[in-house]
Ligand binder design. Structure first.
Ligand code: ASP
Length: 331
């Protein structure tokens, strides 16, 4: 029997057509599938549902919930699910789905393209082929397939705007790749997520990301508190540091913590873990109760915090969730 694959389409460049106002999603899933060679479509029993028609810049928490609910509802009827999606926010969607659908028993694979599928040089075909193969692999979890690489969803980062090699697996080996031997799965990179899969789709959208710049005005925290933000991720400097001379961010961290805000600190360096216990400029932040993001990508830290704050308001549970790996997002 051929693997049963559900193809969920959401828009993005892969499904885009030129319009007077620039590229915009226009192709339906059936048309996308028709552009695949028979050798590919004959290998799988593909069912198509068009769920969204959006450039991924317009994909937000409400759309993440729509996608997660569709995947959850269909999980028992298929061997695997492929989601076509714009590349610009695909890493966020892949990360948040890893938390919302933790323990999903089938492969769920996001993919897209740098050039529309109708373009003669499109990378969409290759990416879809990789995604379909991964979806048929019986390796459970949320993944992102691009340029013959398969990345664990919560480790993916978009690092290039136009190159076909647009995504990297950050601080984690590839889950799989395609070469002359076919789809090569790398079991050591697949987290063992035991336990039943439940749809946990509540999210808190009051999470803010600050990229620290030298001299950042600490009053930004007052503004965020006034706007009822409940969580902040700070991309701090290097291995872990924030300024307290002249402009005292540390004092503001204390005020934020007292107001019930959860602050997660990570590094603006893409690679390798941060460790705020190393320097005084980091230790002082830890003393205010901030949570370390360690080797998490920014996309994973932000979406995990949105997800965790959507699950609970209990500070102990928030800390516990944030400090351990839920889907392979932390080593
Ligand atoms: N702007 C597009 C999107 O993210 C880019 C792409 O799909 O590659 O939807």
């Amino acid at each position: 029997m051929r693997p049963r694959i559900l193809l969920l389409t959401t828009g993005g460049t892969i499904a885009s057509l030129p319009t007077g106002a620039g590229l915009a999603p226009g192709l339906a899933g059936e048309e996308l599938a028709r552009l695949l060679p028979h050798g590919v479509t004959d290998a799988y029993e593909i069912t198509i549902h068009d769920i969204l028609h959006l450039d991924s810049s317009n994909i937000q928490p409400e759309e993440w919930q729509t996608i997660a609910r569709q995947v959850f509802a269909q999980r028992d009827a298929y061997d695997g699910i492929v989601i076509t999606h714009g590349t610009d926010t695909m890493a966020y969607t892949a990360s948040v789905l890893s938390f919302m659908l933790r323990g999903i028993p089938i492969p769920v694979v996001l993919t897209g393209a740098q050039l529309p599928m109708t373009h003669p040089l499109s990378d969409g075909m290759e990416n879809l082929r990789t995604a379909l193969a991964m979806a048929a692999s019986r390796v459970a979890g949320v993944f992102l397939a691009f340029d013959r690489k398969v990345i664990l969803g919560c480790r993916a980062v978009k690092t290039r705007t136009t190159d076909f090699d647009a995504f990297e697996s950050v601080n984690w080996p590839l889950a799989a790749n395609v070469d002359g031997k076919g789809l090569q799965i790398h079991p050591a990179a697949i987290p063992n997520l035991s336990g039943a899969c439940a749809l946990r789709d509540r999210l808190c959208d009051k999470v803010f990301l600050i990229k620290l710049t030298p001299g950042l005005d600490p009053e930004i925290f007052d503004m965020l508190l006034q706007m009822h933000y409940r969580g902040i991720v700070i991309e701090a400097f290097g291995a872990g540091g924030l300024h307290f001379v002249r402009r005292d961010l540390i004092a503001k961290l204390q005020a934020a913590a007292q107001a019930g805000m959860t602050v997660v600190v990570c590094s603006q360096c893409l690679y390798e873990p941060s460790d705020f216990s190393l320097y005084e400029v980091g230790q002082r932040a830890l003393e205010q109760g901030v949570i370390q993001g360690r080797d998490m990508t920014t996309e994973a830290a932000v979406t995990k915090l949105m997800w965790v704050l959507g699950q609970t308001g209990d500070r102990e549970i928030i800390r516990d969730y944030m400090e351990r790996s839920l889907a392979g997002e932390m080593a």
